[in-house]
Design a protein around this ligand. Structure first.
Ligand code: ASP
Ligand code: MG
Length: 431
């Protein structure tokens, strides 16, 4: 069997959904599981709904209705008359969202987030299922929450592998054996107590990889709006080229450093089962795209990854004691608890510096927690460039007119933190 993953851009409107159905028809060879994201920017819109729940419930419900209407418009464009069943399914998902919004009981933000954010994927997958069946592509909807089991780390559920593997097989096999396509949602799972959990933004790729690994898929294809994996984000860099082939290792490294083309957790389950991953264009489905497979490293051109909105956080011990392992252990324990990912780090005798995402609330919590022991200085509004397979001639050009704050180099990987905008203030949070 094979797994296809379609992201939000591919199903952003009726024309997109029609194109997806053509791709399924044309490129399906044997049993197929399809994993779909929310349409277009629906997940961002749902994030606004969630934020408003905590400030203005009426507005929150209004925003949810806008999302409902957008999907009904898409359905109108797809069907002469929208199937009754589809209309009531859309309605049901929206009503479930409204219940959460109206709930008076105090609930944790991250928990609420997950109970509402899933609506995007649920509705898009309902619409796509109905449309495929209307095109005589026999398809069965499966709620991913009955297959993907996680712990209760809201917004970043950790997969319970053995239950998940079992549930995926027991749900998918009978449908595939009956000659039907399985259609399910990316990005969402459920705890053993049946609470919805999301897997982190852009997590649909990860879902597809989990399913691929559980079912020993022959291959997984991610259909995207780019020709494949490129040497840099085409929206940011000029002269990028497509990479025809990447090893699993290179793909893991690239995505770890922030290449947005694939979710960073996607590669590992595939690598473990040696399942090839193709990244192909839904705009030009005949073209080859990028194949991610194998171990043998080859020569690559320089690959550039830009992570914007970074902050450097400098810790120095207040009593001038060395930043020793016990200090570092404490800091890393805290990073883990706050789910802060360290993108670059460096230590000196009495200071320790990390480059992290400039998430103000997390940084505030971090500085609050350690201020008795460390003086903390936060330097926001920075960009982090990571260049894999860097050659010396390209670096000066890339960094032209940028103020370099920090630079790390290990073999052919260079990481440079630069100032992103003029007039940056160095905000002193604690001294
Ligand atoms: N819809 C979710 C998001 O936008 C998941 C995904 O697209 O992979 O983050
Ligand atoms: Mg997406």
């Amino acid at each position: 069997m094979n797994v296809f993953k379609f992201g939000g851009a591919s199903v952003k409107n009726a024309a997109g959904i029609i194109n997806v159905s053509k791709i399924i028809q044309k490129f399906k060879s044997g049993p197929l599981v399809v994993v779909v994201s929310a349409t277009g920017k629906t997940t961002n819109a749902l994030e606004e709904v969630i934020n408003e729940k905590f400030t203005d419930k009426k507005k929150s419900i209004q925003l949810l209705r806008v999302i409902q209407n957008k999907h009904i418009e898409i359905a109108k464009d797809l069907f002469d008359t929208i199937p009754e069943e589809l209309l009531s399914q859309i309605q049901e998902h929206i009503v479930e969202g409204e219940w959460i919004i109206e709930e008076e009981r105090e609930m944790q933000y991250d928990y609420v987030y997950d109970q509402i954010i899933c609506i995007g994927e649920l509705i898009s997958s309902r619409i796509l299922t109905h449309y495929l069946n209307s095109q005589n592509i026999s398809t069965e909807f499966v709620d991913a929450r009955s297959m993907i089991e996680t712990d209760d780390t809201w917004r970043e559920g950790r997969i319970q592998w053995s239950n998940t593997n079992e549930k995926i097989n027991s749900h998918c096999n009978p449908i595939l054996n009956a000659g039907k396509i399985v259609l399910t949602q990316g990005f969402i799972g459920s705890t053993s107590e049946n609470n919805t959990v999301s897997l982190g933004r852009e997590g649909s790729d990860y879902t597809a990889a989990i399913i691929s690994a559980a079912m020993d898929a022959k291959s997984m294809i991610i259909w995207k709006d780019v020709p494949g994996v490129l040497t840099g984000d085409p929206k940011v860099f000029e002269n990028v080229t497509k990479l025809d082939h990447l090893t699993f290792m290179e793909a893991i490294e690239m995505t770890y450093y922030g290449a947005k083309v694939i979710h960073p957790k996607t590669i590992q389950p595939l690598k473990n089962k040696n399942i090839p991953l193709h990244v192909r264009s839904f705009l030009d489905p005949e073209s080859d795209g990028t194949l991610i497979f194998g171990e043998i490293e080859r020569e690559y051109p320089p690959i550039v990854v830009l992570e914007s909105n970074q902050a450097l956080v400098h810790f120095s011990s207040k009593d001038l004691s060395f930043i020793a392992e016990d200090h570092l252990a404490r800091l890393f324990d805290l990073f883990d608890k706050l789910r802060i990912k360290v993108n670059v780090m460096r230590n000196t005798a009495i200071s320790f510096t990390v480059c992290i995402q400039n998430d103000k609330s997390k940084i505030h919590l971090l500085t609050e927690t350690v201020h008795e022991q460390f003086a903390v200085i936060v330097e926001p509004n920075l960009d982090l460039y990571t260049i894999r397979h860097c050659n010396d001639s390209m670096l000066p050009k890339l960094l032209e007119e940028k103020i370099i704050i920090m630079e790390e180099r290990i073999r052919k990987t260079v990481q440079v933190v630069v100032k992103s905008a003029p007039g940056i203030i160095h905000k002193r949070v604690e001294a």
